[in-house]
Design a binder for this molecule. Structure first.
Ligand SMILES: [Zn+2]
Ligand SMILES: [Zn+2]
Length: 149
């Protein structure tokens, strides 16, 4: 995981470079995205910002998120089982492991990933630019709940 303070500084800089105003609501959004704990969805992000800034609208959140996506400061992850989720801590393509029951998402560290990428390029002659790699299953907590039921 990247240091959330570094990510926050990078996102602030990216927005400033674009000449975007840094409102307190935007800053609150950036702070949440810098950590991206559990890969939140837009509603979760909205609820958290609304707690401090009750006048914030969902449209404003969407606007800032789409700006951050365009600047590649946030990674959007969409799957059928958990909908659309966001990671601003690691805004570049990386593997995810997804619990199909509770929707928890973690970032596994897969040492062999570079090798897999190189092998794919070797086999196909493609120049690989990015990948999408998701693992699905039950998290330890959901496994426990399943076995006790
Ligand atoms: Zn789970
Ligand atoms: Zn992630």
């Amino acid at each position: 995981m990247a240091d959330p303070r570094d990510r926050l500084a990078q996102m602030i800089e990216a927005l400033r470079d674009k000449g975007c105003r840094l409102t307190p609501q935007r800053l609150a959004l950036l702070k949440i995205m810098a950590k991206s704990a559990g890969h939140p969805n837009i509603e979760q992000i909205y609820e958290r910002i609304k707690a401090d800034f009750p006048t914030t609208s969902l449209a404003t959140i969407y606007k800032t998120m789409s700006l951050l996506k365009d600047m590649r400061q946030v990674l959007e992850l969409t799957t059928a089982s958990v909908g659309t989720r966001y990671d601003g801590n690691r805004p570049y393509p990386h593997p995810h492991v997804i619990c199909t029951k509770c929707g928890q998402i973690l970032d596994p560290e897969i040492a062999a990933l570079d090798e897999v990428s190189q092998e794919t390029a070797r086999q196909t002659g493609y120049q690989i630019t990015h990948h999408q790699l998701n693992f699905f299953g039950l998290c330890p907590q959901c496994q426990q709940e399943g076995s006790s039921a």
